[in-house]
Ligand binder design. Sequence first.
Ligand code: C5P
Length: 300
Amino acid sequence: MSLTVRAPAKINLHLGVGAPREDGFHPLTSVYQAVGVYDDLTVTGSAGWSVDLTVADWMDRSHVPLDGDNIVDRAAALLAAHHGLTVTGDVHIDKAIPVAGGMAGGSADAAAALVALDRLWGAHTSDDDLLSLAAELGSDVPFALVGGTALGTGRGELVEPVTDNGTWWWVLVPSTTGMSTPAVYRHFDELHPDAPAIPPMPEALLAALAAGDPHALAAALHNDLQAPALDLRPELGTLIDAGEAAGALRGVVTGSGPTCVFLCESADAARATAADLRASYDVVLVSTGAVAGAHTVTYV
Ligand code: C5P
């Protein structure tokens, strides 16, 4: 038996960050959107356990840790322990989500592994249990299961869908060099010693999503990690200016960066903005949101 589960990248339409909690994590008020850039994870029944990888032609395969400590190994171990099972299967990851790019690519792989291995092992894990296991694996993993457009609270792991009546066109510009999420959070702490315990709700952004209005959404996009990310990587400011000059309604850093995302008014506008940016940037993707969370695409 073999099955392929596809899981989407996420972008943050809003990322509000509070003061670090006792456990070191930051309280977040996040609005996630799943966009049409995917990792596909194929599992095949086997007596042993293996994980291998192919990557999109513009990516560097060596940036993905495959030394037994990949998040997919951890997802498998956690699911197996939950059911008292042994970890088995041959896993192949076909990666198109930028590595260490602020788009939750590792989280997508973890979510896909939970869904795929649950089916391969006939484990019938409940949705609630799958979401709890996902939260143990990483703050963004539950969202990769749920997909769509969702509010994230807690450390980002508590997700609930929000009303989204738009089809949103995005230009995504990853960087070939990733950024360390903990380093960006640490710099946020230096810049904001007075951050709130709970970051406020992004009311204008939620209204823009419900209205399906790209101009209102563009005006409301916000990321508290953008200033620290730009401090650490000033050339991202140049990229954001270039995307906006090329016709995007607005550009922002997503997550802890370095990927920048540009909201465009239409499909044509997104293609034109992307074509313009390709003169200066190697990898420029056009994508829509919102799309589904981790889901099975083939089963044989
Ligand atoms: O949960 P995840 O493993 O994705 O988090 C990676 C790192 O990002 C954490 O170790 C922490 O440094 C930082 N982080 C944080 N607050 C969050 C989420 C992540 O400080 N809410």
